[in-house]
Design a protein around this ligand. Sequence first.
Ligand code: OGA
Ligand code: NI
Length: 330
Amino acid sequence: MSLDIEPIMSSNGEPTPFEVQDLIPIIDYSLLTSGSANDHAKAVQDIGKACEDWGCFMLVNHGVPETLIQEMMDMSAAFFNMTNDEKLEFEAHGVLDPIRCSAGLNLVNPNKDTLWREYLRLIVHPDFNCPYKPPGFSELASEYVKRTRAVAMELVKGVSESLGFEALYMNRELNLDAGFQLLAINYYPSHVEFDVSRGLMPHTDHGLLTLLCENGVPGLEVIRGGKWVGMGGVPNAFSVLNADHLEIFSNGKYKSKLHRTVVTDKRKRITLVNPNGPSLDTIVGPSSRIVDGEKRLPRYHPMKFSEYLECQTKLITAGKNALDEIRIPI
Ligand code: OGA
Ligand code: NI
């Protein structure tokens, strides 16, 4: 993680310097899947450029129904609006716990010095897990996950092709059919509810690609040329971010995207976040086709995905980034 970036600003601080938002590349998912070879090739080329140049893009026309997204947002709000005691039932701490809710945070008197949010993190693939309440949550989340996973898997095929491989190469190498996927729901309460700084410290995600859907309240920022740039705000689009294992597998070509969240809006922000990774037992290192085929030195030590997750969790609390631990200096 680079240290020469601006410190995160609280909601009471000066506004963050935004660059023009529409510079972030926009990928039209319908071109990727249209069946026209020309459209597909153009989409693959655009994905490759976005992953290499920006490390993130907005995805439009992804086909996940707006009504399903809205229902998920409403259901998520209903979950977080349950009493603290009810949520405590789902409290957990381990990174591999199937259901993990942050209910242990002090809801009554949040610490004014730290950024604040609630979250619910579910392992949803290969096995699907979800709290049994509010009623209907599990069925809805299962449908949402099915739809977004299909989109993510198509995108990974596009990424694989953009690296010069066949569409299913990454799927095979990283055992994505048994891939580890999360649904993380973040809830940043409204200023009216809690007068504290709300957000998420700068970090990168594990996995290949993260798909993020927001409820129309802005907050996500990505680093670009040493500055924080606002991302999101495109109606019905997903924000897509390169994650650590895409950087590792591509041997540094598609860098993992550093991002943070700063919520200054008076409304509550809810995000549905899907990190998509390899299977837990996959040892992920730079692709042998890139290292051997293109005669490049490997720039990352291989590590079992499950070990990486544990390592990342430990390092985050120490303010460090796991990628830095396995990067081989050149
Ligand atoms: C995450 C994340 C951003 C947001 O959950 O990893 O970066 O705005 N979330 O919720
Ligand atoms: Ni993230």
